[in-house]
Design a protein around this ligand. Structure first.
Ligand SMILES: *Cc1c(COP(=O)(O)O)cnc(C)c1O
Length: 394
């Protein structure tokens, strides 16, 4: 008989009743160190007192009014995002996929608004992940996401990672509207786009008048030690989708854009019942305030360096299990020799949570507030997990 919850996930046999900082706790009291952060969502860990206070304070006053009216918390968060980024304007959503859908719509509408509606194609890349809606699976392409869900949405040009000739041809195509990319692929297996490639994509967009859309849903909000990953390359997009970390666990996403890119998005062109509701924005504002406070991001970068060094030592100790480390800040991928799911499961046995990713990688996306003591404990537990895998492989 089909389970009451539709069986679209292969879930681990674990369930948690509470959380505290970087730890998750089962009903019997067993504690797990959460180095997956709920897939890069719990940016400030679990039950952060300032977020609990922001949410409960708003919950006691007002939950929802709809976007028929002005929402001060939404205006405040939008202004803070505009202040902190390239963007001039922000649309709020409840998830990453919706933020990406909006990004696609903004790009298409831009060209319609500017008298070139034939420019509707968006260039995307192999290994990408942009969400699970029909639009975003069509954007990413890839058999694993799209199989059985056709017909897909037309208007995407899928390119192999690193195929420069195809990229130049696609950019010059008269129907191309935009280029869409994750500065660091998340689901694809923590595959960072080299900085010179991001600079090159910006230059290519400028040369052909195309919009550059970045998906920073996983790599943004401080995760790499910068507020947004693209800042490291010294270039800015025209449109950017964010989600995950911005809500710290409350469902919240946003599409950020320059004034020029958003020129077509006038009253009535897009909407969301819940998007940017007072509860979500109260939490989002507090997350952003904490992540942009002086010293926070440099500490993320330092912790990321320490975690990377610790992981590299593990790779050296377990060459039959682990193959290498990649990523930036606290978005790190541990390449595996054994199946990555073996390593993730061995972690469960040792009380440490990680996330499998594409390219046989184990993803580490811990709370940005991970303490030095928790990092040391996490590395010990991963070391024991790798030992288990080595014993199994022998
Ligand atoms: C998680 C993710 C999405 C989708 O976000 P949802 O909130 O699950 O819809 C899109 N793009 C990237 C890069 C992601 O990591």
């Amino acid at each position: 008989m089909i389970p009451a919850v539709m069986p679209t996930y292969s879930r681990a046999p674990l369930s948690f009743v509470s959380g505290e900082g970087s730890w998750l706790i089962e009903a019997d009291g067993r504690r797990f160190l959460d180095l997956g952060g709920g897939i890069a969502v719990a940016a400030l860990g679990h039950a952060h007192p300032a977020l609990v206070a922001a949410l409960t304070e708003q919950a006691g006053r007002l939950w929802h009014t709809s976007n028929l009216y002005r929402i001060p918390a939404q205006e405040q968060l939008a202004a803070a995002l505009v202040e902190a980024t390239f963007a001039d304007t922000v649309f709020f959503t409840n998830s990453g996929a919706e933020a990406m859908e909006m990004a696609i719509k903004v790009a298409r509408k831009f060209w319609h608004h500017n008298g070139a509606p034939e420019r509707h194609r968006i260039v995307t890349f192999d290994g990408a992940f942009h969400g699970r809606t029909l639009g975003t699976i069509s954007a990413a392409g890839g058999e694993k996401l799209t199989r059985g869900f056709g017909p897909l949405l037309p208007g995407f040009t899928h390119l192999a990672w690193g195929d420069h000739d195809a990229l130049r041809a696609a950019a010059a195509h008269p129907e191309t509207a935009a280029i869409l990319i994750e500065p660091i692929q998340g689901e694809g297996g923590i595959r960072p786009l080299p900085q010179q490639c991001l600079t090159g994509l910006r230059a290519l967009c400028d040369e052909h008048g195309l919009l550059l859309i970045l998906d920073e849903i996983q790599c943004g909000m401080g995760r790499t030690g910068r507020l947004f990953a693209h800042e490291a390359a010294g270039v800015a997009p025209d449109i950017m989708a964010i989600a995950k970390g911005i809500g710290g666990g409350f469902p919240l996403g946003a599409c950020l854009a320059t004034e020029s890119a958003a020129a077509g998005m006038t009253a009535g062109t897009h909407g969301s019942t819940y998007g940017g509701n007072p509860l979500a924005c109260a939490v989002g504002s507090k997350v952003l305030e904490i992540v942009t406070a002086p010293g926070f991001l440099s500490q993320v970068a330092q912790r990321g360096d320490a975690m990377r060094a610790g992981l590299e030592a593990l790779v050296a100790r377990h060459p039959g299990v682990l193959s290498g480390v990649r990523g930036a800040g606290l978005m790190l991928g541990l390449g595996c020799v054994v199946p990555n799911t073996d390593m993730v499961e061995a972690g469960y046995a040792e009380g440490v949570l990680t996330v499998p990713g594409g390219d046989n990688v184990v993803r580490l996306l811990p709370p940005l507030t991970l303490t030095d003591a928790d990092l040391a404990e996490g590395l010990d537990r991963l070391d024991r997990a790798a030992t288990r895998c080595a014993a199994r492989a022998a």
